[in-house]
Design a protein around this ligand. Structure first.
Ligand SMILES: [Zn+2]
Length: 261
């Protein structure tokens, strides 16, 4: 309960500091943070810091591997996608929004517990090239704080909404910025066949695939694509694993589109 209160208070303060109290954050009327105070501090996470689980999977560095990423969640479809990953002994990376942390603590913990990775996708999906440095800090640091309170895990990677950044902005984000090499445009087509083909017709070793765990069609496409990728000899790994097994390193302020050999 203390954790939930901490999450909703922080979410409220981040939203308030942007001048737009999020409609997604409910039942906050009884909380009265100092409206003039734009700063916030975060108490220690209420339980031990969680490291990513040591993988039960055996990754062969000589076999092809790809990282599937799901943005904008968690949503009602995320647990279905986690079920599919689990059935196929696979993992993915979920770039989550800070405003969706509240009431989704269970699913966020499941992502980590099952060996998948959580990345930061800002608080409420603003185009970061249009906002002040102060708001940028809250969008990114505030979301890290919310995820850490909910899970004990601090994201190692960040993805800007719309992939919209500049070299200068990447430096200010102060985290490795993860883009993609295959864009399924699942949000646009909402079509299982098109999503499937956008991956299976082009996929190659080292790809980073962009999807959104926000649509029924994306979950359905995942059900077909994930076993088929394994069938073709690909290992589905997290961003961190992809980098590690390609002997790469992630540098804060730099951006990455793939991990081709
Ligand atoms: Zn997004």
């Amino acid at each position: 309960m203390v954790k939930k209160l901490l999450i909703i208070t922080l979410a409220f303060m981040i939203a308030l500091s942007m001048g737009t109290v999020s409609a997604n954050v409910e039942n906050i009327q009884y909380l009265k943070p100092n409206q003039g105070n734009k700063q916030y501090t975060v108490a220690e996470a209420p339980r031990p810091i969680k490291e990513e689980k040591a993988s039960q999977r055996v990754i062969n560095p000589n076999k092809p591997m790809i990282a599937i990423t799901y943005d904008d969640g968690p949503s009602q479809y995320t647990s279905r996608i986690l079920d599919i990953l689990k059935e196929n002994n696979s993992v993915a990376t979920f770039f989550v929004l800070g405003q969706r942390v509240y009431n989704n603590e269970g699913i966020l913990n499941r992502i980590i517990d099952e060996g998948s990775q959580i990345g930061n996708h800002t608080y409420n999906h603003k185009n970061l090239t249009t906002i002040s440095d102060e708001e940028l800090y809250r969008q990114v640091q505030g979301t890290d704080d919310l995820i850490r309170i909910a899970t004990g895990y601090t994201p190692a990677v960040m993805r800007p909404p719309y992939g919209s950044t500049t070299g200068d902005l990447n430096k200010k984000i102060q985290r490795p910025v993860i883009k993609w090499s295959i864009d399924t445009r699942d949000w646009e087509s909402r079509n299982v066949e098109m999503i499937k083909n956008s991956i299976l017709d082009y996929v190659k070793d080292g790809d980073i695939i962009l999807m959104h765990d926000m649509y029924d069609s994306t979950a359905e496409a995942s059900k077909i694509v994930i076993p088929e990728l394994i069938n073709r000899g690909y290992q589905l790994v997290t961003i961190n694993e992809l980098v590690e097994y390609r002997d790469g390193i992630l540098i804060a302020g730099e951006q990455y589109y793939n991990m081709y050999k």
